[in-house]
Ligand binder design. Structure first.
Ligand SMILES: NC(=O)c1ccc[n+]([C@@H]2O[C@H](COP(=O)([O-])OP(=O)(O)OC[C@H]3O[C@@H](n4cnc5c(N)ncnc54)[C@H](OP(=O)(O)O)[C@@H]3O)[C@@H](O)[C@H]2O)c1
Length: 318
């Protein structure tokens, strides 16, 4: 089968399109024929091996696995002996291992059925980013009428976070560069702050910090007295620990202050995917696909993401 592989960590040049053996499945796995694969920041992290602390898990000197990609949508073509949730022929979406390939393995607990009317490309744009946006809204316990600031609103996670906070009845202020202002308004943001021109102002019941790695005191200064800060991501926190230092600081401070300071990790479980699928099928949620690329152009897709050019999501179409 054709697959995007990389034998070492590095920039997009390390990605190669190769013919490799189809992956074998274990008893508790399924094999998915991939129709579309979402490109998210996680793929960039796995490609570069940064922040370096993650190499303790992914391989110290070189990646333990050459496969890349998590988000996928496709058809199940084989099921392990102990899988009861899905059968051959099911159309699914979720996360798997080595999604940038014609076939990928996945665990049933990280898949859901793709609803009729939702295309494979749309579904592949959902799992990690959609589930993370949902996690942010749930962590902050967003209520009707509350004000929510979404920093990094024009990216993959942000585009879902804006929509889901809006669906929960919040008034959303989106923070993004000026070129993405119309995009985030189309997703339901009431106000937009172009952070390249204007400092962040206002008071919010919840802040989702998805990008920018702004200091905790600055973010807490924008919260209402009992507001919640949800740290989702931070790209410029250094090559070794990334944004993790700020997450640890927030967790340590949380029990001692009135603000709630949270840094949750998303796992995109079946129940989250089913919830998102219901919203998509009902037309309440949009899969914000900026553009698609063929599998062979995965490196260009990742370069575009890295350069911050993407409004919402990129998807590889097989
Ligand atoms: N906690 C978790 O479980 C979890 C799960 C998924 C992802 N993440 C993390 O979440 C982060 C975002 O992921 P993503 O997939 O949404 O990435 P993405 O699609 O690349 O989006 C990031 C967005 O941030 C914006 N941005 C860059 N610098 C900014 C700044 N200084 N202030 C405000 N916005 C800025 C960029 O656009 P503009 O600059 O043009 O506005 C871009 O749209 C990453 O660090 C990722 O690793 C965490």
């Amino acid at each position: 089968m054709k697959a995007i592989v990389r034998e070492r960590y590095g920039s997009a040049e390390v990605l190669k399109l190769r013919d490799v053996a189809r992956p074998e499945i274990g008893d508790k796995q399924v094999l998915v024929r991939v129709e579309a694969a979402g490109v998210d920041r996680g793929a960039w992290h796995m490609m570069t091996g940064e922040p370096r602390v993650m190499r303790l898990v992914t391989g110290l000197r070189r990646p333990r696995s050459s496969a890349l990609g998590m988000d996928l949508a496709g058809e199940i073509v084989a099921v392990g002996a102990r899988v009861t949730e899905f059968a051959v022929g099911d159309q699914v979406f979720g996360t798997g291992t080595g999604a940038f390939a014609e076939y990928a393995t996945a665990k049933p607990g990280k898949l859901a059925r793709r609803p009729a009317g939702v295309t494979a490309v749309q579904a592949a744009a959902v799992p990690v980013s959609g589930a993370t946006g949902l996690l942010a809204v749930r962590t902050a316990k967003v209520q009707k009428g509350q004000s929510v600031l979404v920093i990094g609103a024009g990216g993959g996670v942000g585009a879902y976070a804006v929509q889901l906070a809006r669906l929960a009845g919040a008034r959303v202020t989106a923070v993004c560069s000026g070129g993405k202002a119309d995009f985030v308004r189309s997703l339901g943001a009431e106000a937009v702050i172009d952070y390249t021109r204007t400092p962040l102002t206002g008071r919010y019941d919840a802040i989702f910090d998805i990008a920018g790695n702004r200091p905790l005191p600055l973010l807490r200064g924008l919260l209402t007295p009992a507001g919640t800060l949800v740290l989702v991501g931070a790209e410029n926190g250094g090559a070794v620990f990334g944004g993790l230092g700020r997450n640890f600081h927030a967790k340590a401070l949380d029990p001692w202050v009135k603000h709630r300071l949270k840094a949750p990790l998303s796992i995109a479980a079946t129940s989250d995917l089913e919830h998102l699928a219901t919203l998509l099928a009902a037309g309440d949620l949009v899969a914000p696909v900026d553009r698609t690329y063929p599998l062979a152009e995965a490196a260009d897709a990742i370069r575009s993401l890295e350069a911050g050019r993407v409004a919402g999501k990129l998807v590889l179409e097989l």
